[in-house]
Design a protein around this ligand. Structure first.
Ligand SMILES: CC(C)[C@H](NC(=O)[C@H](C)N)C(=O)O
Length: 623
């Protein structure tokens, strides 16, 4: 049985249907907006690449810092349900602000197609992004934990499946939106003049966020809504502070040692709270090496995409743009999660191996390191095949009776007058006054040519013989399909690391700090992103393949440390520990009433021993 008033369908509370649909729509909204954000900065707000990239990464990092705020509000004040509702409204307003900020007609009073007051658009979009970061980050730890709350104590298996389905929804939303919003952006729209339709590309994610909110509200009557339990974060901080102070005051040898430094808070704080803090600290300690995984993982959107720009994206009927390669990740997630859950994990179990969550996460890290080794191998191949500059055509041929123009064949989505975006035959028209002729040729992906037009050119219907094409940069010969192995390994790593970590964070958290631990988990993503920024700035390694190898080695080193930490970790059942503590405290209360006047110091000692026993009994399984 689930915990809410919800009907149970196939062993699952019906209420979780609304939660996973909400997550799907919300992730569609988030990833859809994010997919076109850099292009919006660059082409609409007219920012340069560096500014666009910095603001983009700052926004992403902020999205993973705000979960802490959302978790505090949920766990200590509003509860998860209300926090999700209120912050979703903030989120939807932010998305609408983004869509409005992208309507060029609003400030285009001279109707020339460009906004007249860029300040208006910049301010509105920055306000929009701030609200989105607050909303998406704020609700993120609450939605996952709220979903977990819907399951009863004996529904561990169903809860695990829920977290897998939840992850599928994240990736389903991400996949669809990253395909759809770039298409919407490429449309032309406007009232007075037609421009690239960023407002539509932001408008659809805004609509999806409204749908997410409505779906969540519809499920309202069915949810189990755990009550917030006071300002838990403040209590936690005060309790830790008191334990440290008390330990310091009693540092002399005449005072007997206590089992755990947090036990020094026993004189003042509830033993249940102390036990809960111990549980959280144990998990948070384990999180310390985790950001390194995200450092590698999040380079899909930066380094790997840049790598793809130097590769051949011609898949026959389909020409793939470098940024579109990122959709391989959610596609693989949608395939791998069910395979892992229904085939690989049960098979490992059948072989008698205890593939615990922390072991899975360790393997996930190793897979990510392998992905970077693959990326390095691909990079070496690119470097070998590269594009030596054959010659500098203008230098060699200048002054010999030619005029020339340069043409670069790019794999990027931007456009200038001499850039061709595919590898098809292109036809140019050469004009002089009313006379013209046509020249056609085939191009390779990523190549660069200089065309020399003979000064003896005679205009006619065809000027094929009067133009000489010289290949300055060879076409990309390493195919983008070679990136698939690295995407495969990083995604398999993600399934083992991230899906497992999400569930682990929930299952090991005390009941009143579930959202706080989810936020702690997401905080590792934010730190991972900051490491990317720092390393990109500091370690200016000239060879890209060497940088990939460096990251892979760092992750392997971190992985070894993590596996040692994980070996000493003992799994707990927070519900059981809490129940035992509550029972013991009740018994002691009864005891106190019947034996008044007992020395307080003795009681503290006795309680402490009992509570340690309970805690030890409940924490037995190792890595
Ligand atoms: C940040 C998380 C790992 C997660 N992202 C993904 O699942 C990507 C799309 N594969 C998310 O919660 O957005």
């Amino acid at each position: 049985m689930g915990k809410g008033k919800s009907k149970v369908v196939c062993g699952y509370p019906l209420s979780i249907f609304f939660i996973v649909v909400n997550e799907f729509c919300e992730r569609f909204s988030y990833y859809g907006m994010r997919a076109v954000l850099v292009l919006y900065f660059k082409y609409f707000l007219r920012w340069d690449d560096d500014l666009a990239t910095s603001i983009y990464h700052t926004f992403v990092a902020l999205c993973y810092l705000t979960p802490i705020l959302g978790a505090i509000v949920a766990d200590s004040w509003l509860g998860k349900f209300k926090t999700i509702i209120y912050l979703s409204i903030v989120y939807a307003v932010g998305q609408v602000a983004m869509a409005v900020s992208a309507i060029h007609d609003i400030t285009d009073s001279d109707r020339d197609g460009t906004p007249d007051s860029m300040t208006f658009h910049i301010v509105l979009s920055m306000v929009g992004l701030f609200l989105i970061a607050l909303g998406t980050g704020g609700i993120k730890p609450c939605v996952a934990a709220f979903g977990g709350d819907q399951f009863g104590e004996h529904q561990d298996r169903q809860r695990r499946t829920f977290f897998s389905v939840f992850y599928l929804c994240i990736n389903g939303g991400s996949l669809l939106s990253t395909i759809i919003t770039p298409v919407l952006r490429a449309q032309e729209c406007g009232i007075y003049s037609k421009q690239k339709c960023y407002s539509l590309a932001f408008g659809v994610p805004a609509a999806l966020m409204v749908v997410a909110l409505v779906v969540f509200i519809i499920g309202s009557g069915m949810y189990y809504k755990a009550e917030p339990q006071g300002n838990i974060m403040l209590d936690v901080c005060k309790c830790i502070g008191f334990a440290i102070k008390n330990r310091y005051r009693h540092r002399s040898k005449q005072y007997p040692k206590r089992q755990h430094w947090m036990d020094w808070a026993e004189e003042k704080y509830d033993k249940l709270l102390i036990a809960q803090i111990k549980m959280v600290l144990k998990v948070l300690f384990l999180y310390i090496p985790l950001p390194m995984f995200w450092t590698l993982f999040d380079q899909k959107g930066s380094r790997w995409t840049l790598q793809a720009t130097t590769m051949d994206g011609n898949f026959g009927a389909l020409v793939i743009q470098p940024d579109q390669m990122q959709t391989v990740n959610p596609i693989l997630i949608l395939t791998l999660v069910p395979i892992m859950d229904s085939l690989i994990y049960p098979l490992i179990k059948k072989c008698g191996l205890n593939f615990t969550p922390l072991k899975r996460m360790t393997v996930g890290m190793l897979l990510a390191a392998i992905a970077f080794v693959c990326a390095a191998l691909v990079q070496i191949q690119i470097d070998v095949s590269t594009k030596q500059l054959l010659h500098s055509s203008p230098y060699i041929l200048s002054g010999q009776g030619f005029i020339y123009f340069k043409l670069t064949i790019k794999g990027k989505a931007n456009s200038d007058s001499t850039t061709v975006h595919n590898t098809d035959k292109a036809t140019f028209t050469l004009r002089s006054g009313s006379q013209s002729c046509e020249y056609s040729t085939n191009f390779g992906f990523g190549s660069s040519y200089t065309f020399f037009i003979h000064s003896t050119l005679v205009f006619g219907s065809n000027c094929q013989d009067s133009v000489t094409a010289v290949e300055d940069i060879k076409p990309n010969s390493v195919h983008m399909a070679l990136q698939i192995p690295q995407y495969f390994f990083i995604t398999a790593g993600e399934v083992m690391f991230s899906v497992t970590g999400l569930e682990f964070s929930y299952s090991q958290a005390p009941s009143n700090m579930k959202a706080v631990l989810q936020a702690g988990w997401l905080f590792t993503v934010a730190i991972g992103n900051f490491i990317v920024l720092i390393v990109a700035e500091l370690a200016k390694i000239p060879k890209q393949w060497a940088e990939y190898v460096l990251f892979a080695s760092l992750l392997v080193a971190v992985c070894v440390i993590f596996s040692i930490m994980a070996y000493f970790y003992t799994y707990i059942d927070p519900t059981e520990i809490e129940a035992q503590f509550k029972k013991k405290i009740n018994e002691d209360d009864e005891d106190d009433k019947s034996k008044p006047g007992k020395a307080e110091v003795e009681m503290v000692k006795r309680d402490s021993i009992k509570c340690h026993d309970e805690y030890d009994k409940a924490t037995q399984t190792k890595m």
